[in-house]
Design a binder for this molecule. Structure first.
Ligand code: 5GP
Length: 194
C-alpha cells in the first residue's frame, strides 16, 4: 500500500535489532486518517468474509483494529497483557513472547466476548516472528471461533512470522512488506530488486 510505504519512508526510523520505530503515526502518536485508510484496505481485502469480530492485542494493534471495526460495524476485542497467569478462570489465554520488550506475557480474552459462532479477523500493527498473532490464533482455537484471516499493517517479511501463519493455512494480508533494513534504510518487498 503506497500511502503506508511512503509514510514509513518519511517517518520510520530503523533501530538496532531489526526494529522499525514508527512513533510518528502508529506506536505513540497516531494518525487517524492513515489508520482509517489502512482499515479501508483491510475491508476491501476481506469484504466477502462475513466477519463478526475483530481481534487484536494491546496496545498498538488497537488503532488500526478499531477503524476496521468501525467500517465493518463489528466489535473490536483486544487481548490484554498480564504479568501472571494465575486467575485464568473464564478467560482464553496464550503465552506471547514480546519481540520488542523481550518478555513473556500471558494474553487473555474474556470467554464471554468470543464465541464459536464468531468469524474473526485478526489485526496487528507489526508482524515479526509471529508470536503475537500466534497467540491470537490460539485464543480463537480455544473459543472454537473461525479465523477468517490476519491483517497486518507492517510485515517484516525477512522474519519468520509470515511463514508461520501461512503454514497453518491461515490467510495473511499485509499492507506494507519490508524485505530488509540494509544500510539502515527500509526496503520493501516490491522494490527488492532496485
Ligand atoms: P512478533 O510477535 O510477530 O514477533 O512481533 C509482533 C509484535 O511485536 C507486534 O505486536 C509489535 O507490537 C511488536 N513489533 C515487532 N517488530 C516491531 C518493529 O519493528 N517495530 C515496532 N514498533 N514494533 C514491533
Amino acid at each position: 500500500m503506497k500511502l503506508l510505504e511512503d509514510r514509513i519512508r518519511e517517518d520510520g526510523l530503523v533501530l538496532p535489532g531489526n526494529v522499525l520505530k514508527v512513533n510518528q503515526f502508529l506506536n505513540h502518536q497516531i494518525d487517524p486518517e492513515l489508520m482509517y485508510a489502512l482499515a479501508e484496505e483491510f475491508v476491501k481485502l476481506y469484504k466477502d468474509e462475513k466477519i463478526t469480530k475483530i481481534l487484536t492485542i494491546e496496545a498498538s494493534g488497537i488503532a488500526p483494529a478499531i477503524m476496521t471495526g468501525l467500517l465493518l460495524r463489528v466489535p473490536v476485542l483486544f487481548a490484554r497483557k498480564q504479568k501472571s497467569s494465575t486467575m485464568n478462570e473464564g478467560l482464553y489465554t496464550a503465552e506471547v513472547y514480546s519481540y520488542t520488550k523481550k518478555v513473556k506475557n500471558t494474553v487473555s480474552v474474556d470467554e464471554k466476548f468470543l464465541k464459536k459462532e464468531d468469524r474473526v479477523l485478526i489485526i496487528d500493527d507489526f508482524l515479526a516472528n509471529g508470536q503475537a498473532v500466534q497467540g491470537l490464533i490460539e485464543i480463537c482455537h480455544e473459543a472454537h471461533a473461525d479465523i477468517v484471516g490476519v491483517g497486518i499493517a507492517i510485515e517484516k517479511s525477512f522474519q519468520e512470522g509470515a511463514e508461520l501463519i501461512r503454514n497453518q493455512g491461515v490467510r495473511l494480508e499485509s499492507l506494507a512488506r519490508i524485505s530488509s533494513f540494509a544500510d539502515n534504510k527500509v526496503h520493501f518487498v516490491e522494490d527488492a530488486d532496485n
